[in-house]
Design a protein around this ligand. Sequence first.
Ligand SMILES: NC(=O)c1ccc[n+]([C@@H]2O[C@H](COP(=O)([O-])OP(=O)(O)OC[C@H]3O[C@@H](n4cnc5c(N)ncnc54)[C@H](O)[C@@H]3O)[C@@H](O)[C@H]2O)c1
Ligand SMILES: [Zn+2]
Length: 362
Amino acid sequence: MQKTTQQIIVGLGERSYAIDIGVGLLSRTPLFNVLPHQILIITNTVVGPLYLDQVRAQLASHHVVVHTIDDGESAKSLANYGAIMDTLIQYNFNRDCAVVALGGGVVGDLAGFVAATYQRGVRFYQIPTTLLAQVDSSVGGKTAINHPGGKNMVGAFYQPQGVLIDTNCLASLNDRDYACGLAEVVKYGVIADAEFFAWLEAHVNQLNARDSGALTYAIQRSCEIKADIVAADEREQSVRALLNLGHTFGHAIEAAHYDTWKHGEAVAAGTVIAAKLMHQLGELSAADMARIEALLQAFQLPVRAPKMPLAQWQAFMQRDKKVQDGTVRLVLPTAIGAASLRPMADWQVIGQAITAMSTTND
Ligand SMILES: NC(=O)c1ccc[n+]([C@@H]2O[C@H](COP(=O)([O-])OP(=O)(O)OC[C@H]3O[C@@H](n4cnc5c(N)ncnc54)[C@H](O)[C@@H]3O)[C@@H](O)[C@H]2O)c1
Ligand SMILES: [Zn+2]
């Protein structure tokens, strides 16, 4: 099957960078040769005990400081941002230092914002350890922390200088977080690559078993698709919005049920609603709609949304960043491998799709 080590370049002119993907890269990577002397590693209480020793062993001749944050979304906070700035200043880190994120999307988003702003910007490297971070959040340069008034309210576009993906890290991930990453993988197939979608359908068993060859290819293809989209539209003025397939519906589910629904699960249920809506409009075939639902389900993801009053859906969806002049704009699949961003003003039509794809016994 596929090669077990891959490199992808995110083409952004002089800010271009490489994503290295492979089995066991944490203990045999060239990334560590290019790091400067002063390094701040940001990790959390779950990932640190699992992988920090491996990373530190590669950096024996460097001056390494580690800042460990708590686990969970609430750690992407202004308070932790401030505490990390205190650490950098306390240890006299200068502009030649590097910030390394070792963890999932929470650590990556926070560390990236730290790197973007410490002394107006220092070098930043990502070592993503969740599948979601490996295929999505570590690529593309969106960094952010949360504010009590909203998620990702404070942030910056700031590209890393390198991304190192070791598929071995996924062995310790729990089943739900693993499936959440697969929801984003399916997204890439739906919006951009019918052949990849078919490959996923053919490799469900290998991916559910976390086979490293299949994973390396799935991560590689996902990163390639995201890298191409980011290279074409870094600041989300156009095609980058397509990466939000299923997300406008998903965010409404997350907002209403943040304690029980994970992001990838909400995106999966949201993707099925988007497919249904397009089918209702006569622009997506029943067969393609069924394939999308079946693949998400095969990856152990929920394909029905929780029951919520339409007014609640509408209130949450109207907060979406893509709303323009009061009208929601939804990413909708036109076929497997193609999607478009559509303004949708008719809430009766949207509501029909939501109702059809919500659980009846909630
Ligand atoms: N910047 C972007 O473009 C972008 C895109 C998507 C999501 N995000 C952000 O990413 C975050 C979600 O990322 P996530 O799903 O990785 O969440 P996360 O970072 O909270 O990780 C999920 C869980 O897995 C644990 N974990 C991480 N690596 C592990 C490993 N190898 N083994 C065992 N456990 C491990 C974490 O401690 C956590 O409990 C959100 O804050 C979201 O806003 C950002
Ligand atoms: Zn997402």
